[in-house]
Write a protein that binds this ligand. Structure first.
Ligand code: AMP
Ligand code: GLY
Length: 426
């Protein structure tokens, strides 16, 4: 199989590693990629970029690829999958009309209501007065979300009504701006990736992400500072429950609307006293959760993604998983998330080992050396029979990396390893 992978983060580096480890893959192409991805794939130049449907289609045709795997959301929302599907080229990732589950929070809420999926009570507001009324109706802590894509910066959770209203005002000031004001959900968060082929759903193993920049969940939200899997503290039957009550009903509803969902439905959940509630959907793999989920997947990945892209998930044998734990720690640039420094030299990146490796995100080569080019620079993965061992291996590598001004969280997977995470009693 010949595959074209779109994207340039540590998520895509993890996908690239897993795809090239699949014996059915003869060749992996990637665009735009990064220096880490270039170690396992051939980078191809796309004239209009990975978000240009015509450029992706032309490259897929020119290289005769059997499958396109889309990492980030932007190409999906731009309709990259639409062009490929129309041309008969299998694409892992939804068409634009289905990617709206991520692209519009108001649309996701509408689909959840139609499919009777448990989620936070929410009000979609188009004016400041509506937003103010919704804040008062739903009470503190306040949750205010930009309706559209905002690269992880669209959500404010605060007990300060003025701050909530200021965020609503900023979102409403955008052209056609809308905000979603919703009920605060209390309980640990879980990310569950559900592979979908338009009709069937195959769940992967759940992971937990650390969204805030600082230890103890302090500071602003980021794209994600680390993750781990498995979640030994999660309730028995959680995955089946989420498929039965959330993912399958959503996939059925999307098919009923004539916009079947293909690719990965990322279900972001809060485990509340009243059971799992959807916090958000994404139409793509999560970053950094993918780094730990794929570290544990033993079934060759390319066949699985190809099955999802071609309506063949129903015929797939059960996925095989390593019982080992995996932890990933993100090394970020100074100033991330507000104003990440770029151009700083990166030293000390060790060679891969079987139970610890470094994935590239915001890196580029300059004068033969590696330099930081973005906010999240590297994603270090450690594995081990115990979560504590996986943590130690990841942090041991993080300690060897030299990035001036760089920072990371030191408490990724700590509470889980200590056994101190609790799901509120129902
Ligand atoms: P989102 O972009 O919707 O995933 O929101 C980003 C983060 O904000 C989530 O990972 C949660 O930590 C937090 N968040 C979003 N919605 C809620 C909610 N209804 N209740 C509590 N926290 C939330
Ligand atoms: N880790 C959160 C996300 O990918 O959106």
């Amino acid at each position: 199989m010949k595959i074209l992978l779109l994207g340039s983060g540590a998520r895509e580096h993890a996908l690239a590693r897993s795809l090239t480890a699949d014996p059915s893959v003869d060749e992996l192409l990637a665009a735009p990629g990064n220096p880490g991805i270039a170690q396992v794939a051939t980078l191809v130049a796309l004239d209009g970029g990975a978000e240009d449907p015509d450029a992706v289609l032309a490259a897929a045709r020119a290289h005769g690829v059997d499958l396109v795997v889309v990492g980030p959301e932007a190409p999906l929302v731009a309709g990259v999958a639409d062009g490929l599907v129309a041309a008969g080229i299998p694409c892992f990732g939804p068409v634009a009309a289905a990617a709206r589950l991520e692209g519009s929070k108001a649309f996701a809420k509408e689909v959840m209501a139609a499919a009777d999926v448990p989620t936070a009570v929410a009000r979609v507001c188009s004016t400041q007065d509506e937003a103010a009324a919704a804040l008062d109706e739903l009470g503190a802590p306040h949750v205010v979300k930009d309706d559209g894509l905002a690269a992880g910066k669209g959500v404010v959770v605060t007990t300060d009504r003025d701050e909530a209203l200021a965020h609503a005002r900023a979102c409403l000031a955008k052209p056609d701006g809308r905000v979603v004001v919703e009920e605060f959900l209390d309980g640990p968060e879980v990310s569950l990736f559900c592979l979908c082929d338009g009709t069937s759903v195959v769940p992967l193993q759940p992971a937990q992400d650390f969204k805030r920049v600082g230890d103890g969940d302090s500071g602003p939200n980021t794209g994600g500072m680390g993750a781990y899997s498995p979640l030994d503290w999660a309730p028995q039957g959680l995955v089946d429950d989420v498929v039965d009550r959330i993912a399958q009903p959503v996939v059925d509803e999307m098919a009923r609307r004539g916009t079947p969902f293909t690719g990965v439905l990322y279900v972001g959940l809060a485990l509340t006293a009243r059971g799992p509630r959807v916090i958000e959907f994404n139409a793509r793999f999560g970053d950094p959760e993918t780094q730990v989920v794929l570290a544990r997947l033993e079934t060759p990945l390319a066949g699985v993604l190809h099955a999802a892209a071609t309506g063949a998930l129903g015929a797939l044998p059960p996925l095989r998983w390593s019982p080992d734990a995996a932890v990933t720690v993100v090394v970020a640039s100074e100033g991330y998330p507000a104003a990440p420094a770029t151009g700083r030299p990166i030293g000390g990146v060790p060679a891969d080992e079987p139970d610890a490796w470094v994935l590239h995100a915001g890196t580029r080569l300059a004068d033969g050396g590696l330099v930081a080019s973005g906010g999240r620079v590297l994603s270090v993965v450690g594995t081990g029979a115990e979560l504590a061992t996986a943590r130690e291996r990841a942090y041991s590598v993080v300690g060897r990396i030299d990035l001036p001004g760089g920072h990371h969280r030191s408490d990724i997977a700590l509470r889980a390893a200590e056994g101190s995470i609790e799901v509120p009693a129902g």
